[in-house]
Structure formats: structure tokens, C-alpha cells
Write a protein that binds this ligand. Structure first.
Ligand code: SF4
Ligand code: SF4
Length: 140
């Protein structure tokens, strides 16, 4: 039986899985990882920290900085070099696969929420414009 998908503000279906637009199939081109880093930077959620912390991945947390935005309130952003404190030029977890035009995320199982939710169904046209190849196979 096909599971009925219920849209909610978090783009999750009724089983709690993140929804992507129909027909989407990631081609591992790595473009979104570069765009997210270069254009928007990554902001982290409390759930991200829990995930990293429970997995004992202090090395990931070390790349995140807390930016004060008010009384005892912070924005958590990445990625910043733990040694120099400077922003790194590219997400430190993105790796190009040898001899292939494809990339992988070295922290895929733990990746931040913002990465999990990409691409949001309502942003399909925009992300295609940004270079996402997730629907290219439908053009064949
Ligand atoms: S954490 Fe992983 S999915 Fe997110 S931008 Fe970096 S390489 Fe891409
Ligand atoms: S831009 Fe689209 S196809 Fe490329 S890695 Fe990101 S989600 Fe996958």
C-alpha cells in the first residue's frame, strides 16, 4: 500500500520522512553543498548539535561558531576553521570521488538539517535554476 504523504511546514510526510519534490533523484553533483556554503553559509539547529554530540563528533562541532544575537541568544554558524577561526573556503565534509564527476558528504548520516531538507519541494524551479541536476533523468 502506498503511504499517503501529508505536507507540513517541515516538509515531512506522515511517516516523518523529509519530502522532496516528485521525481527527484540526487546525482551527487555537489552543487548544492557549494552553493549553500558560498551563498548562505550553514546555520545549525539544536537537533544538529544533539546529533553531533550523541555521536561523539566534537570534530564537527569544532567547525561551528556561536554568534550572539541578543540576551543569551545565539546563532550557530559554520564552517570555521578550528585552528585559525577563519571561515573555510568550502564545506570541510565535501569530498570529490576519485575519477568521477561526483561528490560525497563525509558526514552524510549526521549532516545538518538544512542539508537534509534540500531541495524543498516548493523550491524546485529555483534549485534547478541554481544548477541542481536532480530531475535531469526525466528529460531523457
Ligand atoms: S555537510 Fe555534507 S551535505 Fe551539508 S554542505 Fe557539507 S558536504 Fe554537503
Ligand atoms: S545539486 Fe541537486 S543533484 Fe546535485 S548534489 Fe545537490 S541535491 Fe544532488
Amino acid at each position: 500500500m502506498k503511504c499517503k504523504q501529508t505536507k507540513n511546514k517541515h516538509n515531512r510526510d506522515s511517516a516523518g520522512k523529509i519530502r522532496h519534490a516528485e521525481g527527484f533523484l540526487c546525482k551527487q553533483c555537489g552543487n548544492c553543498c557549494k552553493i549553500y556554503y558560498d551563498v548562505k553559509e550553514i546555520s545549525f539547529t539544536y537537533r544538529d548539535f544533539e546529533r553531533f554530540d550523541k555521536s561523539g563528533r566534537q570534530d564537527i562541532i569544532d567547525y561551528i561558531v556561536a554568534i550572539p544575537v541578543g540576551r543569551e541568544r545565539y546563532l550557530y554558524e559554520g564552517w570555521f576553521s578550528p585552528t585559525t577561526g577563519d571561515e573555510v573556503e568550502r564545506c570541510p565534509w565535501l569530498r570529490k570521488l576519485p575519477h568521477k564527476d561526483a561528490y560525497k558528504c563525509r558526514i552524510y548520516e549526521l549532516r545538518p538539517d538544512v542539508c537534509r531538507k534540500y531541495p524543498r519541494p516548493e523550491e524546485k524551479e529555483k534549485v534547478i535554476g541554481d544548477g541542481c541536476r536532480g530531475w535531469d533523468h526525466l528529460d531523457d
